[in-house]
Design a protein around this ligand. Sequence first.
Ligand SMILES: [Zn+2]
Length: 201
Amino acid sequence: MPFNGALENPASYRYMRVTMNEAEYSAASATVAPMPILIAPQAILRQTARPVKPEDMPLIREGLAGMFSAMYAAPGIGLAAPQVGIGLRYALVDLGEEDERQPIVMINPEILTESEMMGPHEEGCLSLPNQYAEVIRPEAVRVRYTMLSGETCERDVDGLLGTCIQHEIDHLDGILFVDHLSSLKRSMIMRRLAKEMKAKR
Ligand SMILES: [Zn+2]
């Protein structure tokens, strides 16, 4: 893991320790303008994002409150960097309520293992507003990511959190939830979205 290895360099570790944590960025978002969320078919939503390096962190941190603000305003439970035009491998997740936030920042997240059991969950996406469909994914996954503290987190997730994390990691590989559907369903949703967006303009 190049990201974690680089944290052994004290110079890069220092600024990460003295800055805000997940909860503080989430709280700060209340006073920050939401970043605009890109809508499909924007090209960057289809690109593979590159791994985050320690030197990317100052820029990432600068935008975090605005990203949380955009996710909460939508409202949504997950937002990946490519959705705000940043081609880096990180994403936000928060399944908490407005008065009890549970903010997660996943940097360079990876799925380590997937359950054999698959299950359907209804999904939507802030980049495909108003479009929903049942997506079949592994019911549970083991995921590893770096937190803002620079520490690695490895955890087993299932249910809504498992679905949401898989959906966000997909974004980092240029994959949208509609890609898990039949091509017929996918083109139906994309056409409907285009129509709705056109009507809005
Ligand atoms: Zn999405």
